[in-house]
Write a protein that binds this ligand. Structure first.
Ligand SMILES: Nc1ncnc2c1ncn2[C@@H]1O[C@H](COP(=O)(O)OP(=O)(O)O)[C@@H](O)[C@H]1O
Ligand SMILES: [Mg+2]
Length: 228
């Protein structure tokens, strides 16, 4: 087992999340504190509805906590406004979801480059990075294909490539193998493990699959909005 003596990549301090719908308040996260070190590969497991996705989105800056703090490399992002937050997300964070979320009429390259395009980056400067990422995810010979011409596993590789193109410090994944058969799921987990080990990218992944969790260096269990 690797030991982690480096810096803290993400820290949650006393995170509470309530959702209010009309008169009812649902307490979803109940005072969660955790630290993930740079280079760690952490799995978040737990029953359906226990608050795993909510926790992941708050740690990754897609949602704000009701109270408590999220620190990315020591910077408290939990009270950042929309504009500052989206800049942090574009520069430091990559997200992968269960259902890939690819744009159907864009090809593989275009889907991967989309975050940079939206960020107003000059595409010319990213050609080598694109080639490198396509090589890593094993899609160098599929670059002109549309999503519908790819298998589920290949589509998830495109989504992983899209999350990596901006060279984020942290990769967040919400059930990345949840829609895949077990063999394809295992291939995706191998890819994530390689990315973690070869480029030292910190990964925080929600999964239902004990097999998938075996790829990670640590498992955090969420139950009823608390961690164990
Ligand atoms: N935007 C939302 N509005 C209201 N309730 C929500 C919202 N998002 C999640 N919840 C509720 O929070 C609880 C935890 O959801 P979630 O974090 O998605 O769980 P998990 O990912 O562990 O299955 C569920 O009861 C869910 O219905
Ligand atoms: Mg979920």
């Amino acid at each position: 087992m690797k030991s982690f003596v480096g810096n803290i990549a993400v820290e949650g301090k006393h995170i509470i999340k309530d959702f209010r719908l009309g008169d009812t308040t649902t307490k979803v996260l109940k005072d969660i504190s955790l630290q993930v070190m740079q280079g760690e590969f952490v799995s978040i497991m737990g029953p359906s509805g226990s608050g795993k996705s909510t926790l992941l989105y708050i740690l990754g800056g897609l949602d704000a906590p009701t109270s408590g703090h999220v620190l990315l490399n020591g910077t408290d992002i939990s009270r950042f406004g929309d504009e500052k937050m989206s800049r942090i997300r574009r520069q430091k964070i990559g997200f992968v979801f269960q259902f890939y979320n690819l744009i159907p009429n864009l090809n593989v390259e275009e889907n991967i480059m989309l975050p940079l395009l939206l960020d107003g980056k000059n595409m010319g400067g990213y050609k080598q990075q694109l080639d490198r990422i396509l090589e890593i995810v094993g899609l160098a010979n599929r670059r002109k294909h549309k999503p519908r011409e790819l298998s589920g596993g290949q589509q998830q590789r495109v989504a992983i490539a899209r999350a990596l193109i901006g060279n984020p410090e942290i990769l967040f994944a919400d059930e990345p193998t949840g829609n895949l058969d077990s063999k394809t799921g295992a291939e995706i987990m191998n890819l994530l493990r390689e990315i973690n080990q070869n480029s030292g990218q910190t990964i925080i992944m929600v999964t239902h699959s004990p097999d998938a969790a075996k790829s990670s260096s640590r498992v955090i269990t969420v139950q009823d909005g608390m961690i164990f």
